[in-house]
Design a protein around this ligand. Sequence first.
Ligand SMILES: Nc1ncnc2c1ncn2[C@@H]1O[C@H](COP(=O)(O)OP(=O)(O)OP(=O)(O)O)[C@@H](O)[C@H]1O
Length: 292
Amino acid sequence: MHIDAPLPADRAAQPSDRAAEPSERAAKPSERPAQPSGQVAGPAALRLTGLTKRFGDTTAADSVELTVPAGSFFGLVGPNGAGKTTSLSMAVGLLRPDAGRAEIFGVDVWRDPVEAKRQVGVLPDGLAFPERLTGRELLGYFGRLRGMPAEVLTGRIDELLRVLDLERAERTLVLGYSAGMRKKIGLATALLHAPRLLVLDEPFEAVDPVSAATIRAILRRFVAGGGSVVLSSHVMALVEQVCDSVGVMDRGRVVAAGPLAEVRGDRSLEEAFVELVGAPAPSGEELSWLAS
Ligand SMILES: Nc1ncnc2c1ncn2[C@@H]1O[C@H](COP(=O)(O)OP(=O)(O)OP(=O)(O)O)[C@@H](O)[C@H]1O
């Protein structure tokens, strides 16, 4: 399968885009200094320090500390309500933290949001789209918001719609998209401006197996080209398959983070996860009425 989605090194010159110095550009794998697990020297792709968010009595994120080195394929896992979406939303400038700091390639997301957002493509959880646009119009709208020149934009939209198998949906209003199609068009908006970092909240949820394989291939190619990915997922096998580093969240805190092999040890990631977050032991009495 040939996939030609935009990569970090393909960044088109955009009028509103700060020209990247050669030294800042993502190095090709062969040019990278030798680092464990393919990581690149320089500022971290994402650094969260003391990031905190409360909703009433609930502390959704409790002094979250996390460093994702540049060049990582990072998986964030945790039980329902652990604070993954809250943390990622604060990390990319979508939700204002009560305390703490988020940096993307050394740029403070909340002090310099425009510069930080140039570097990142985001697939948020439950993204609300303008529903009465077609897929093509939606991508055109996002591209123009990013200040992309029309000639670059048209080519990339064609390619993304084709690669993500959304060609048949390009003339359909987003209103009529299935959950999986929404994920894919959301991923296309995240890739469109060829960011250096992708932050994807459950990118494989509701996506069919063929599209999931395509997305995996796109993300792998993105990382091989010098990009960095942070994704959240509940599917441990998938995280183990694609990620080189993981973070485990529980009750608003990061309870383990680092290279996959270190966090997992000699167990499966699922076993490590259950050990780290604890699982309530069923008494055997629950739902006894169901089978009666
Ligand atoms: N807007 C909100 N208002 C009130 N509480 C919220 C809000 N957003 C999140 N929470 C609460 O914050 C906590 C963390 O939620 P969050 O969505 O970040 O968890 P998560 O790890 O992404 O969960 P899941 O895996 O189920 O998607 C939960 O207790 C949730 O109910």
